[in-house]
Design a binder for this molecule. Structure first.
Ligand SMILES: NC(=O)c1ccc[n+]([C@@H]2O[C@H](COP(=O)([O-])OP(=O)(O)OC[C@H]3O[C@@H](n4cnc5c(N)ncnc54)[C@H](O)[C@@H]3O)[C@@H](O)[C@H]2O)c1
Length: 429
């Protein structure tokens, strides 16, 4: 059997999820052929992990300016893009121009101009792009899709969806590159792309009109000052003031975070442990969004990033009843521990309330692995030999685009104070 060849761009925290899977579980079908990043120290560390943790031969490492050279020399079939969000489009487009298919981490990109460039490149090159929406594969999320598609609550007219990010994982977005909206599109794109994709997936429809409000109300220096705080620091490393801050992250106390970031920062100046109460945060931590869908359903959505627990609460109101779901996730810091703990479940409850009968709980089998057991299923879908999927969970570039466009429209709506039509943002050709 010929192995499918993969090159990976962006060897930070998320990358190991993919290269580790190729090196460990999918050796029979897949081969890793190269790494590419702006940071040599991080690429060296990824190669060290390949060798020591996975007993896999280290792969050639190319600088970001050597991307074309990497493709020419190592001839991958597919490029996996796990670099920071604002750079995704560059690698997605160039990989396709050079004849490769692409697997991109979410969000596909961060604004409508870059999104259009990606759509145009797909049209021009005919290459394939998949966006890795792992939440679709979590068994409870697949079950909700199954219940709605099976007509259990009839036609869904409205969805009320609240996502909670806590003081551990939620705070982490405000320490890292994500805190600059130019890098991530803000949480409405970076994080909510998962949630808006779930709504599209659950309802089997696409968004039409979006209206949003939001702001930075908790993190950031100004908010802390308003609450009476007087001691500030720029980053945790080497800071006395950070010792009393429950939001501080110590890189030197975690060997993996130290190797990935602290030991690598002399190359690019990137600081992974900035104070969440510092200046220069341009993303929101408090968001409210309304969306109308093509099937006329409406969504009310909220996201807050400083809450005591993490997870979501969603209800679907239909012509034959109501579905309620509550899922609490375990706390984690990105790349700060075991990958299988990322998005792992603490509690879940899925209840159907028929219009004229007693409510009942729906049992969903718990699976091992990150994101509620969704991660291993998605990896098999990507690198293994997947069975045909009745739920059609493999997300295409259209799914990737539609899910970010809700957040991109939300960002525009926050700027203008007006509702935004999705069709005014990009053309799907
Ligand atoms: N689906 C999920 O559950 C999930 C979880 C975590 C992260 N992610 C996604 O993975 C991606 C990476 O996130 P992360 O947490 O690993 O961040 P990270 O900061 O740990 O890693 C980002 C990497 O990109 C590299 N990079 C920066 N600019 C670059 C450039 N111009 N060219 C090439 N490489 C460049 C950095 O040097 C770094 O190695 C993001 O898009 C994020 O949304 C997805």
């Amino acid at each position: 059997m010929t192995l499918k060849k993969y090159a990976l761009v962006g060897t930070g925290g998320r990358a190991e999820f993919f290269y580790g899977a190729i090196a460990k579980t999918f050796r029979e079908t897949s081969a890793l052929v190269a790494f590419c990043d702006i940071n040599r120290t991080r690429m060296n560390y990824a190669n060290q992990l390949l060798k020591e943790k996975y007993d896999y031969e280290p792969v050639p490492a190319y600088g970001a300016d050597e991307f074309d050279k990497m493709i020419a020399e190592t001839k991958p079939d597919t490029v996996i893009v796990t670099s920071i969000d604002r750079t995704h489009h560059t690698y997605i487009i160039r990989a396709m121009e050079l004849g490769c298919d692409v697997v991109s981490e979410k969000p596909m990109t961060v604004d409508e101009r870059k999104c259009q460039e990606i759509l145009d490149a797909i049209e021009k090159t005919g290459r394939k792009l998949r966006v890795t929406f792992n939440y679709r594969y979590a068994p409870h999320n697949t079950k909700i899709r199954e219940l709605i598609a099976g007509g259990v609550i009839g036609e869904v007219n409205s969805v009320h969806f609240e996502w909670l990010l806590n003081t551990k994982h939620g705070a982490d977005y405000f320490r890292r590159w994500h805190r600059d909206k130019r890098n991530s599109g803000g949480l409405l794109v970076h994080k909510s792309t998962h949630h808006f994709d779930l709504v599209n997936f659950w309802l089997g429809t696409h968004p039409e009109t979006v209206y949003a409000m939001g702001g930075l109300r908790f993190y950031g220096r100004e908010n802390a000052e308003r609450r009476g705080e007087t001691r500030f620091y720029q980053r945790s490393h080497g800071s006395e003031a950070s010792r009393n801050d429950p939001f501080a992250l110590s890189l030197e106390d975690n060997p993996h975070l130290k190797a990935l970031y602290l030991d690598a920062e002399h190359e690019d100046g990137y600081q992974r442990d900035q104070s969440v109460f510092g200046d220069g945060i341009s993303i929101e931590d408090t968001l409210g969004v309304m969306v109308r869908y093509r099937n006329q359903a409406i969504l009310t959505y909220s996201l807050n990033a400083y809450l005591p627990w993490e997870g979501f609460h969603v209800v679907f109101n239909g012509s034959k009843g109501r579905i309620e779901a509550r899922v609490a996730e375990r706390s984690y810091v990105n790349s700060g521990g075991n990958k299988a703990d990322e998005g792992a479940l603490k509690e879940k409850r899925l209840t159907v309330h028929p219009m004229f009968a007693a409510p009942y709980e729906v049992h969903v089998e718990e699976k091992a692995g990150g994101h509620g057991g969704g991660d291993p299923v998605m990896l098999n879908d990507l690198f293994g030999a997947p069975e045909p999927d009745p739920f059609n969970r493999a997300a295409s570039h259209i799914d990737g685009a539609v899910s970010i466009l809700t957040g991109i429209a939300g960002n525009k709506s926050m700027q203008t104070g007006l509702p935004v039509e999705i069709k005014s943002l990009v053309s799907f050709g």
